[in-house]
Write a protein that binds this ligand. Structure first.
Ligand SMILES: *[C@@H]1O[C@H](CO)[C@@H](O)[C@H](O)[C@H]1NC(C)=O
Ligand SMILES: *[C@@H]1O[C@H](CO)[C@@H](O)[C@H](O)[C@H]1NC(C)=O
Ligand SMILES: *[C@@H]1O[C@H](CO)[C@@H](O)[C@H](O)[C@H]1NC(C)=O
Length: 293
């Protein structure tokens, strides 16, 4: 069982988390938002031309303090890759790559290597934790910085405010303790860490995901497309326990191998340079069934 250890880690991580100061995005009026038809409540789209040093201090998009290696600045973690914008970024926003290295040790969690983005205005209890909300993200693989799919990766999730559970998780690689999982697939897990949908990791094109969290009906629904295609629902609204408030996180959390204490021990190869390219990061209000596709 890896889960209790992970929970302990997230718990210890969480004790240090401060509520970020909400800052109004500077680019809300961009014309590229035409593809987004519902009100945006958290905007993590990176305006074209943004330098990575922008993320080192308080900014409109992401919390500068969490979650990253103790001695790293975001400008050492984030890169702007030379790839075309993802579908919801086209026309004014750029992709952003989250990387991990041997220095990606957060809060003395020596088992993990992690770098995770939190939306600036997301907080332990806030607009992302009630009603019906949809988080969108797109991913693209960097052939120069591949993930090692022998390991388990958490890439996107929503974690309860007491850090005792994740309402959903978007994962890659080998899920510890789940022998049936295909390491080469993206997997969306529910609160019980059971896969509710998966799709092969595409090594060339953008893959676009959305998860609708309905806090009224306690359901999750997954949407997906590849390339520039419109998203389509790939699950029905499946029941889930969405209680507990909390925050979204997007990036890389790489678990070690060979341990039952994934937070603190286990094996991580040294000299790692891994990256995950993201685009189209936002959370929208899906009241009345609104969803951008
Ligand atoms: C975004 O910036 C890149 C170069 O950094 C440029 O090639 C591209 O045309 C720009 N896109 C928009 C929509 O401004
Ligand atoms: C991938 O991870 C496994 C397990 O930790 C390790 O044995 C292997 O050397 C790693 N591969 C690379 C290319 O680092
Ligand atoms: C997660 O999915 C599994 C398998 O479909 C289901 O048995 C379980 O009840 C789900 N967990 C929650 C919290 O709904």
């Amino acid at each position: 069982m890896h889960r209790p250890s992970l929970l302990a880690a997230l718990l210890s991580a969480g004790t240090a988390l401060a509520t970020p100061t909400p800052v109004k995005p500077a680019v809300a009026a961009s014309s590229s938002s035409s593809a987004i038809k519902c009100p945006i409540i958290f905007d993590g789209r990176v305006p074209n031309g943004t330098a990575v040093s922008y993320f080192d201090t308080s900014n409109a998009l992401f919390n500068p303090d969490y979650v990253k290696g103790a001695n790293l600045k975001w400008s050492q973690i984030l890169q702007v890759p030379s790839v075309a914008a993802s579908k919801f970024d086209a026309g004014g926003y750029e992709p952003i790559e989250v990387t991990i290295s041997d220095a990606s040790i957060f809060n003395n969690q020596n088992g993990f290597r992690r770098a995770g983005l939190q939306f600036s205005s997301d907080s332990a209890t806030g607009p992302g934790d009630s009603g019906v909300k949809t988080i969108h993200w797109s991913v693209k693989q960097d052939p120069a910085k591949p993930l090692n799919l022998t390991h388990e990766y958490l890439n996107v999730w929503h974690e309860t405010s007491d850090y005792s559970a994740d309402q959903f998780m978007f994962e890659a690689g080998t899920i510890i303790g789940s022998s049936g999982s295909d390491k080469n697939s993206w997997k969306i897990l529910n609160r019980s860490s059971k896969s509710i949908w998966s799709t092969p990791i595409d090594s060339t094109q953008w893959q676009n995901f959305a998860v609708t969290m309905d806090y009224n009906k306690n359901t999750l629904q997954v949407y997906y497309s590849a390339g520039t295609a419109a998203l389509t629902a790939v699950t029905s609204a499946v029941s889930n326990d969405n209680s507990g408030n909390g925050q979204f996180q997007l990036g890389i959390l790489k678990k070690p191998t060979g341990t039952s204490d994934v937070v603190n021990s286990g094996y991580q190869e040294s000299g790692m340079h891994e990256g995950q390219i993201y685009g189209g990061l936002f959370v929208e209000d899906s009241a009345n069934g609104c969803i951008s596709t």
